[in-house]
Design a protein around this ligand. Structure first.
Ligand code: T4K
Length: 379
């Protein structure tokens, strides 16, 4: 018998107040307005604008397409520098539009793009830099802004993980030219599928609004656009879940500290803490596995957990620079030592409102038993 009868997932969706959800769906069905800038999309955008303290918020169908809209609106071409240590969507958004992603190494402590390494990758073809606020930890926004200014580059942030996180007292969403959030099912605030682009730049917002809806300016097609609109169904889900955000954050936070306590003295397992105090969404529980100290590799730990019905994740393995579409013409992938290290060592454990402290205690004790047994075998 596995340790858990029901599988324990990373990314099990949080569900907000069901009564409100049902009431909103009823209203939606009665209204027969299902898309095209409907009232629920507008409400979600208004809520996010206030919460983040930004000037403009555009709800979109998902963060990947949100990135694509921002890429077009910022006129990014040629080469763009971005971290390899991210979900493939970050790189794909560029490659999809014919922009070459140039993969940069990350800072091994923050797991975010290393601005000095980024500077070394700038060529005459570079038009922009992309920071990913991984696990909700802010990038070095000052250094990146400085770099972008000095080289006249655009600066875009993939904030898919970072809703509800602040950097030095300022909400993420206010950095760079634009930032893109994800409301995918696995994010702590989900719309089923969805995302939002935010910016404080009026002209950019106007252009992105056009691009989101077939290039339409009023009734006229002003330029080539796409369809990146969020449906009213997603907005109902997003709005209702957004209202429960503080409950979800509290659950994530309590889970994080429960994991921290239970993993505290297990040799070779170290839980990664947020890089700064203050507002944080705690939506990923990231553990660094030191194979030498633990006596087991990250992949072995993952396999043992899987046998017990725990679907831990290897975000992000392999690094984007090692994915087949980015190894062209038999070229060797670039040397990104910090990225390689993190790709080989990090493991994400289940959290969110579907995970109980009892589950965490059981899982932690299992990991302790696993490492102790290995140490005894080695002695
Ligand atoms: N940038 C970054 C840095 C990102 O991390 C992401 C997405 C994006 C951009 C793009 O955002 P979107 O275009 O998606 O808005 C998941 C998500 O699919 C992906 O959105 C997310 N990042 C990434 C970190 O995680 P997978 O491959 O792990 O998904 P999957 O299907 O294995 O699901 C994970 C676990 O969640 C499973 O064990 C089952 C559980 N699950 C999943 C879904 C969809 C459920 O229990 N219910 C569900 O409905 O990528």
């Amino acid at each position: 018998m596995p340790l858990f009868n029901e599988p324990l997932h990373v990314g099990r969706p949080n569900i907000g107040d069901r009564e409100r959800l049902h009431a909103r769906f009823d209203k939606l069905l009665c209204s027969r307005t299902l898309s095209n800038d409907g009232p629920f999309v507008k409400s979600l955008e208004a809520e996010l604008t206030t919460y983040l303290g930004v000037k403009h918020c555009l709800a979109v169908c998902n963060a990947t397409v949100g990135l694509e809209i921002a890429i077009r609106a910022l006129d990014l071409r040629g080469e763009v520098i971005l971290p390899s240590f991210t979900f493939p969507a970050t790189a794909h958004a560029f490659a999809w539009l014919g922009v070459t992603p140039v993969f940069c190494d990350v800072d091994p402590t923050t797991h975010n793009i290393d601005p000095q390494a980024a500077e070394r990758l700038i060529t005459p073809r570079t038009t922009g830099i992309v920071g990913v606020h991984l696990w909700g930890n802010a990038c070095d926004t000052d250094a990146l802004a400085n770099l972008a200014d000095r080289h006249r580059l655009r600066l875009l942030y993939d904030a898919a993980h970072a809703l509800g996180c602040a950097h030095r007292g300022r909400m993420i969403g206010n950095f760079g030219d634009a930032e893109v959030f994800s409301f995918h099912a696995t994010k702590f605030v989900n719309a089923g599928e969805g995302g939002a682009i935010v910016t404080n730049d009026d002209l950019l917002a106007e252009r992105m609004r056009r691009l989101r809806s077939f290039g339409l300016q009023g009734q006229h097609v002003a330029e080539v656009g796409t369809n990146a609109k969020m449906s009213e169904l997603s907005a109902v889900m997003g709005l209702t879940n957004f209202e429960s955000r503080e409950d979800f954050i509290a659950a994530n936070r309590a889970n994080f500290f429960a994991y921290q306590a239970v993993l505290a003295d297990i040799p070779g397992l170290r839980i990664i803490s947020p890089t700064e105090q203050g507002r944080y969404n705690w939506q990923y529980v990231v553990v660094d596995v030191d194979a030498h100290e633990a006596g087991l590799s990250r992949d072995e730990v993952q396999a043992y957990l899987l046998a017990e019905n725990v679907l831990a994740k290897r975000y992000f393995w392999p690094g984007c620079h090692r994915l087949p579409p980015y190894i062209q013409d038999g070229n060797q992938p670039p040397s990104l030592p910090a990225t390689e290290l993190l790709c080989d060592r990090l493991l994400q454990l289940p959290t969110g409102s579907a995970v109980s402290h009892k589950d965490i205690a059981k899982l932690g004790n299992f990991l302790r038993h696993l490492v102790t047994r290995r140490h005894k075998q080695a002695a």
